[in-house]
Design a protein around this ligand. Structure first.
Ligand code: NAD
Ligand code: AKB
Length: 337
């Protein structure tokens, strides 16, 4: 069972003051679930969703919505002022594979957008959540049980923006007192929205293809081991970190978090327990495989557990069973399939 945020409300401690919460990049994979979770937890009127995309006619996120380009500082300042924003969950970014195809746009959106959000936060005294990534590590980082504090020399533009983003958030905290907090998220697995062009997207696509066609062609090697997490655990982690007592945080940007360390072959085996005829084959995409090869296999999330009680609930088996049950409600196999 996926625990809803409202049932868990007590675990987050005190809610922030009466000012509103802005979510940037809210129509993406995380925002599609974070916005409803925040609305359930704090009240719908407290949460303003925003994205560069025009909201669809039948929106997946109900409530206040702003068409907002994070690369435009004046737009952010205006939205923050008009809605009396006190907290920003800054999700707008290009993910690793797309960023590698468009490095200049990635720098502009990932770094320019973050700088603008931090500037708005400085001027309007907002708290900021920054989603860093396992992509903030590189080939010279220890790959097994990657420590909280270690070498961060990524070789992708995505990773460069994540490390620089962590540093910029820490700078704004130290220099200007902005309450910025971040997580180094692993690949996220979810059933509400499709992923936006990352290296770990296979771990979502595989479920849709298993239910539709009983077959998936994976773009990573069968043994490409990476950290993953089910979205309900990621949402709990984000809100939990933002509500944690600041005095307990030894680190700000950003905490390692993980829930499972898996390969495509292991995920396929787990799916086969529920879909016995499921078959997987492999057509390796060299760009995404080389990115995966530069990332850790398993993070050490001990600091997050000690400092603010991070504890994921879904392992590989629980996540797979829940994903398939949820997706069966929305994905139909083709007739005769
Ligand atoms: P996504 O690609 O699904 O969504 C990003 C959203 O940002 C999109 O809706 C897009 O329209 C929007 N956007 C792009 N440019 C914009 C701009 N200039 N202004 C406003 N909005 C803009 O991404 P996601 O998976 O939801 O990830 C959100 C954040 O979490 C990103 O920073 C990502 O790096 C980070 N993260 C994600 C994962 C994951 O597995 N999903 C893992 C680690 C970190
Ligand atoms: C990606 O693959 O780019 C993201 C991430 C792990 O940051 N899912």
């Amino acid at each position: 069972m996926v625990a809803s945020i409202s049932k868990d409300a007590g675990q987050y401690g005190s809610t922030p003051g009466a000012r509103r919460i802005l979510v940037t990049g809210a129509l993406g994979q995380i925002g599609s679930e974070l916005v409803p979770a925040l609305r359930e937890h704090y009240g719908a009127e407290r949460v303003v969703a925003s994205d560069l995309r025009i909201m669809p006619l039948r929106p997946s996120v109900e409530g206040a919505y702003e068409h907002l380009d994070c690369t435009q500082l004046q737009q952010i300042l205006e939205v923050v002022r008009r809605h009396d924003i006190g907290t920003v969950y800054h999700l707008a970014a290009l993910l690793s594979a797309v960023a590698e195809e468009k490095p200049h746009a990635a720098w502009s959106i990932n770094m320019g957008g973050l700088y603008n959000v931090l500037e708005a936060a400085r001027q309007y005294h907002c708290q900021v959540f920054f989603p860093s990534s396992i992509g903030a590590f590189g080939p010279s980082t220890p790959r097994e049980r990657t420590p909280q504090v270690t070498i961060q020399r990524p070789t992708t533009i995505y990773g460069v923006t994540k490390v620089a983003g962590e540093l910029l958030c820490d700078y704004y905290a130290g220099r200007f007192g902005v309450d910025s907090r971040g997580l180094r998220l692993p690949g996220l697995i979810s059933y509400v929205a499709l992923p936006g062009g990352g290296t770990t997207d296979y771990a979502v696509e595989i479920f849709y293809q298993a239910l539709r066609y009983r077959h998936y062609t994976c773009f990573l090697r069968p043994d490409a081991r990476l950290d993953m997490m089910y979205m309900p655990d990621a949402i709990r982690a984000m809100i939990g970190l933002m509500e944690a007592d600041a005095a307990r945080l030894r680190y700000r940007n950003a905490y390692n978090v993980t829930a499972m360390s898996i390969t495509p072959a292991e995920l396929a085996d787990e799916i086969r327990k529920h879909v016995p005829t499921f078959a997987i084959d492999y057509q390796v995409d060299h760009l995404r495989q080389s990115i995966a090869d530069s990332w850790p296999c398993s993070l050490d999330d001990g600091a997050a557990r000690e400092d603010w009680g991070f504890a994921p609930r879904f392992d590989l088996a629980a996540m797979t069973a829940d994903m398939l049950a949820r997706l069966r409600e929305k994905v139909q196999a083709p007739k005769g399939g």
